[in-house]
Design a protein around this ligand. Sequence first.
Ligand code: EPS
Length: 426
Amino acid sequence: MTGLRFLSAGESHGPALSGIIEGMPAGLSLSIEAINQELARRQRGYGRGGRMQIETDKVRVLSGVRFGQTLGSPIGLQIVNRDFENWQSSMAISAPASNGVEAAVTRPRPGHGDLAGMLKYRTGDARNILERASARETAMRVAIGAVARQLLCHFGIKVFSHVIQIGDLVATEIPADWEELEERAENSLVRCADERATEEMVKRIDAAREAGDSLGGIFEVIAWPMPAGLGSHVHWDRRLDGCLAQALMSIPAIKAVEIGLGRETALRPGSQVHDEIFFDKEEPLSKTSEANDEETLRKSSGMSGRRDALLWQGEKWLTAGGFYRKTNRAGGIEAGMTNGEAIMVRAAMKPIPTLSKPLDSVDFDDLRPVAAGIERSDVTAVPAAAVVGEAMVAWVVASAFMEKFGGDSVTEMEVRYREHLLSLCP
Ligand code: EPS
C-alpha cells in the first residue's frame, strides 16, 4: 500500500525515539494532546515492568504542523527516553575510552532477537541488537498511529481494542454493544471487557511474576464504521487483509493474526462461514442488527453482527449503499476489500522472552552452557500490545484511505469521499 509512509528510529535506552510521516494531507487539525493520550494508554496495563515508572511518554512535533494544522510536508516526531540518563555510558554515541567489551551482553535470551541478530550483524554484544529489537520502539508507532487515527476520526471512523485472552485464560463475558465494550476495556487493568476474567488475569500475572515467568495472550482490534471499497483484489500487496496482517505481525512478539472468524473458518462448512447479503435502502441508520447465531464468536470476541452506519459531517451515509450483513465472520474484508462492515482483527502475542528464572543458553564468548541473560522487562505486555495494534490498524486503514481518496489536502479528500459514498448507492 503506497498511500502513506513512515520511518522510525531509536534504541530503547538511547536519547530518543524519532519518527517521520510522509503523505499526510494538508489541513488536518492535529491535537498533540490526543497523541499524548495514546502514548499514556500504551504505558498502562497490569504486568508491565519498572521502565514504565521512569517514562512519561510525550511527543514533540518537530515539523509538518503549523497553527495546529498539518502542512502536507513530512511530519517529524520525537519522544525522549528519560531512562537515557541512566544509560549514558553504556549507550554513548561516541566511542568509549575502553573498547566497550566489559559492557557486552553475551548470554542470548531464547525468543528474543539476541542470537539471531548477533549472528546476522557479526557482533559479540547482544546489546547492539536488543536495544532496537525492544518493544520500546512501539511508543513511536503509537504516536504515528495517533496521527493516522486523527485523519480517520475526521471521517467518522473509530479504532479500539480489547484483550480477549492472557495465557490460557479466555474472556467470556464480552458486551455486544461496542460502546460498552470499549468503556469496560478502557477501565480494566488488563484492557479486558470481562470483569471476572480481568480479576483472574491479574492473578495469573502475579503468579507468573512469582514463578519468574512471563505470559502472552490475544487482543482484538475493531475499526468502524468502515466504508466499502478500501484495499483491492487486483494484486497481492494491495489486499487490505494482507496489509493488516503484515502490520500487526510486525509488532514485536506477535506470532499470529486472524481476520474475522480467522482459523475457525477452516473448521466450519461454507454455509456457516460466509456472511449472507441483504439490502434495505430505507433501513434505519445506526441500528444494531438482529441477534445472530454466532454464539461462540460473540462470547469470545464481542462480534455481534452489528451494522452501524457512517455518520459524517452531520449527514447520514450508508457504509455500503444499503447492502448489509447480519453477521461479520469475514471481519469486514472480502477479496482484500472492505465490504462496509467493521474491520475486526485479532493478534496473538507470545510471552516476553526475558525470564527472571532464565532458560538455557550458550555464552557467545566461550561457548559454554549458561543461563540466559536477564534484562529488566515486563511479565506481560498484551494490554500495551493491543494499543500498538490499534495504531497499526489505524495506520493501514488511513493509508488505504489516502490511496482511495487521497489528494494534497483534507478538503480534496472530503469531496472524493463524499462522492464515493454516494456512488455506493445503487
Ligand atoms: C518497553 C520498554 C522496555 C521493556 C519492554 C518495552 O524497557 P526496558 O528494557 O528499559 O525495561 O520494558 O521491552 C520488552 C518487553 C523487550 O522484550 O524488549 C516499552 O516502552 O514498551
